[in-house]
Design a protein around this ligand. Sequence first.
Ligand code: ZN
Length: 380
Amino acid sequence: MQITDKFDSGNIRVIDTSDAANIQLEIKHDHQSEFFQWFHFKLQTDPINRGEAQEHVMHITNAGKSAYVKGWLDYQAVASYDREHWFRVPTQFDGEKLTISLTPIYDSVYFAYFAPYSYERHQDLLHNAQMHPDCQLQVLGQTLDGRDMSLLKIGAEAEGKRSVWITARQHPGETMAEWFVDGLVGRLLDEDDGVARALLNKVVFYIVPNMNPDGGVRGHLRTNAVGVNLNREWLEPSMARSPEVFLVREKMLATGVDMFLDVHGDEALPVNFVAGCEGVVAYDARHKALEDKFKKIMIAITPEFQDDRGYGKGAPGKANPTVATHWVGNHFRCLAYTIEMPFKDNDLLPDYSVGWSDERSSLLGRDFLTGVYHMIDDLR
Ligand code: ZN
């Protein structure tokens, strides 16, 4: 058989494929970084086995040294034959190696940490959106690998309108974040959708569907082309290390921000949740009231969202100011949330065949738009 990662967002190192029942693999580190967790590879079965339904057992032998070892507990990898529908496959973790087992029913099968969102699909999203009369596709500048930093500006500018910013995939392996934006943008541009139309009367949206295109194409988990974690760059970004953040931050300073959502995935927790700004210096009673209202609304909108489990609350004044949500929430004194979705499943509403998925991420993005709609008149 043959295993390869030579494609967009591929990541695997082949150690030994001599025995289908004992395939040895490793995940590669992000370039110039210690982080690794994202994997994405293709398995081509031997024609001789066609019709024999041979089980393939793949051991990722360095999983126990990955960035988030707790991410492998109760985790099931995803696979796809058609690169559209991704289903969960039997996966075990023994503390050192992650073992994925599948008896392929077709010649070729893809495996990944989560349903990939390719660079080509990213371009499709941007270019479909730009054809809407209320949408502009802007290029803010280039990444270190020379890719465009693309921004969708949705909604006509007018006096008194609010500026809502949404960014996704600062951590490129968190592909659910771009699936979320895919759903949100699709709804926002639907002229038959009342929530979208009402929002566009009051808001200009600034949306960066992919904050880290270099990391995405390179098959990174967490960093850009030079191993920099973009979500630790917001206090002092530079064109040399973190042009992605520098360019977006400059644009934010030009437009102002009334609300900010930064979309991520969490390796360990099997729920959707948000993390806010309680630890930033400028946090006050008004800021807390906005956060509490938004969470209450999201809980009312969808059973996919909850607020019982999440990250610990930051101590007053102790928030890391280099994190996007903290920097934006503090600088603009606005409602700012990091949204986290699971790699595993939402265990409040489990789906054993697909787990938390591309489709569910897109639907959650659509639902968050309803949440934004309910907040607009409170933002200033
Ligand atoms: Zn993240």
